[in-house]
Design a protein around this ligand. Structure first.
Ligand SMILES: NC(=O)C1=CN([C@@H]2O[C@H](COP(=O)(O)OP(=O)(O)OC[C@H]3O[C@@H](n4cnc5c(N)ncnc54)[C@H](O)[C@@H]3O)[C@@H](O)[C@H]2O)C=CC1
Ligand SMILES: O=C(O)[C@H]1O[C@H](OP(=O)(O)OP(=O)(O)OC[C@H]2O[C@@H](n3ccc(=O)[nH]c3=O)[C@H](O)[C@@H]2O)[C@H](O)[C@@H](O)[C@@H]1O
Length: 437
């Protein structure tokens, strides 16, 4: 089987490498020359655990190739479309120009027997419009949304919780083609749901909306906890023990960021507005507002502590939007750092992987190459991303290299008792302050 993947960003590069690892002759296509050049050498253009090995294996075996020439997708059995659908400038809606351009560029290279499978996250109604566009070529369309998490992208792609196929009414050939692609995954008993286009599109955005709502729910509880002296982490443990609720995605803190949840809930709301259902999904605006207020709270707490000690130097640990990723798209940690810096504070940041990506977004930020460099000379320490490296820090050793005696834990990830025993005041989000012992 021959597979093409159009768009080799976070999703497409992982998908292409995964397809090659399943034994298919795979070609990855992207308009970004520099990205394709790196991928050709078997180097991922971003940090993702497990991806370097998968890419190199495919490239070395010759089963995985990369090109900027979309014509090389011709003759593929399945062409996955994995280009970006970012937030449109000046609006909450999704920018579909990349999806539209990718499908337009494919049209001359499609023929009967080819299945175009959309993987990008799109507003409901997009798949039908694209299916109509490609129909004259004889190719058909399926919408096969992706649920992978960055940091776990390889395992989520090769061992997903479920596969969803959105197909045109009665298009058994599309189902058969996708079943063939995913045969080795389905063999393991993975759930696979065959639905219509609109359902497939909605499954994707509603899953992300649900996850975002769960995070904002616990962050709303964090806001309340701060007023009444409750501890949101204990609250999350207690409600999470109810199997109907579950503990996952109840980590209160700086809130959600990244290239997906924030823009997806906004695009979903914008699409609902267009469809006359603005009120139905109105709660997503509140989810967004609660989320952004956590960043305000973090900035305010750091400012308060700087004032208290009469200093202006902050050590920010973490810049990526989450651990195990170098992605800083809409990163809460980077946003807080930028705002502190714009407010005249001196920020020294450290992140194990997101140095280059963060510098591209906030060029003036001082980003050092170790925790020690970040905390040395700081007045206040702050945790923005809960990398394991930060969880594993020895606070007693840190106390020997910094004069700071307060840490604002934006992810409620540090062992407050150990930090307090080492002489730090620990301020979490939604938790009572833990005094220095
Ligand atoms: N990043 C993630 O973890 C996940 C992303 N998604 C969805 O997948 C889609 C892609 O997301 P990312 O990979 O994060 O975006 P990205 O921005 O990292 O990658 C998009 C890629 O598409 C390329 N591209 C743009 N126009 C093109 C064209 N006409 N032809 C060929 N390539 C073109 C860009 O150069 C870029 O490399 C989005 O809809 C996103 O919501 C879904 C699940 C997970
Ligand atoms: O559509 C997408 O692109 C993807 O979006 C999310 O994946 P991802 O953005 O990689 O990361 P998550 O693990 O969902 O985390 C998102 C944000 O929420 C934050 N978060 C997560 C969990 C939690 O309890 N609290 C919390 O603040 C994280 O720090 C991070 O900033 C979804 O989890 C994936 O299923 C989906 O495929």
């Amino acid at each position: 089987m021959k597979i093409a993947v159009i768009g080799c960003g976070y999703l497409g590069a992982v998908h292409a490498a995964a397809m090659a690892s399943l034994g298919y002759e795979t070609i990855g296509v992207d308009v970004d020359e520099a990205k394709i050049e790196r991928l050709r050498r078997g180097e991922p253009p971003f940090f993702e655990p497990g991806l370097p090995e998968l890419l190199r294996a495919g490239v070395d075996a010759g089963t995985l190739r990369f090109t900027t020439d979309v014509a090389e997708a011709a003759g593929s059995d399945v062409v996955f479309v994995a280009v970006g659908t970012p937030q449109r400038a000046g609006s909450d809606a999704a920018d579909l120009t990349y999806v539209d351009a990718a499908v337009e560029s494919l049209l001359p290279h499609l023929a009967a027997g080819t299945l175009v499978a959309g993987k990008s996250t799109v507003p409901v109604g997009t798949a039908q419009r694209l299916a109509d566009l490609i129909a004259p070529t004889g190719a058909t369309l399926a919408w096969n949304p992706e649920f992978l998490r960055e940091g776990f992208a390889v395992e989520d792609t090769l061992a997903p919780d479920r596969l969803v196929y959105g197909v045109a009414d009665g298009d058994d050939a599309a189902v058969a083609a996708l079943d063939a692609v995913y045969a080795r995954i389905l063999e393991r008993g993975t759930d696979r749901l065959v639905v219509n286009y609109a359902t497939a599109e909605l499954v994707k955005v509603s899953a992300n909306a649900f996850l975002a709502t769960k995070i904002s729910f616990i962050n709303a509880m964090a806001e309340l906890s701060e007023s009444v002296g409750a501890d949101v982490t204990q609250l999350a443990d207690a409600i999470g023990l109810d199997a109907r609720i579950g503990r996952r995605f109840l980590n209160a803190g700086l809130g959600f960021g990244g290239g997906c949840l924030p823009k997806d809930i906004r695009a979903f709301q914008a699409r609902a507005d267009e469809l006359g259902h603005g009120e139905t999904l109105g709660f997503l605006r509140e989810v967004d507002r609660i989320n952004l207020r956590r960043r305000d709270r973090m900035v305010a707490l750091i400012e308060r502590e700087l004032e208290r000690v009469g200093g202006d130097r902050v050590a920010m640990l973490g810049l990526a939007f989450k651990p195990n990723s170098d992605d800083v798209r809409d990163s809460p940690a980077l946003d807080v750092s930028r705002r502190l810096q714009e407010g005249g504070r001196v920020v020294r940041a450290y992140d194990p992987e997101a140095r280059e990506t963060a510098l591209r977004v906030v060029p003036g930020l001082e980003i050092v190459t170790s925790v020690a460099d970040a905390v040395c000379g700081a007045d206040v320490l702050a945790l923005g991303t809960e990398w394991q490296e930060f969880r594993d820090l020895d606070p007693a050793a840190l106390a020997g290299i910094t004069d700071a005696r307060v840490v604002v834990d934006g992810r409620n990830a540090l062992d407050a008792a150990a930090w307090s025993a080492a002489g730090f005041r620990v301020i979490g989000l939604g938790r009572p302050e833990v005094a220095a012992a």
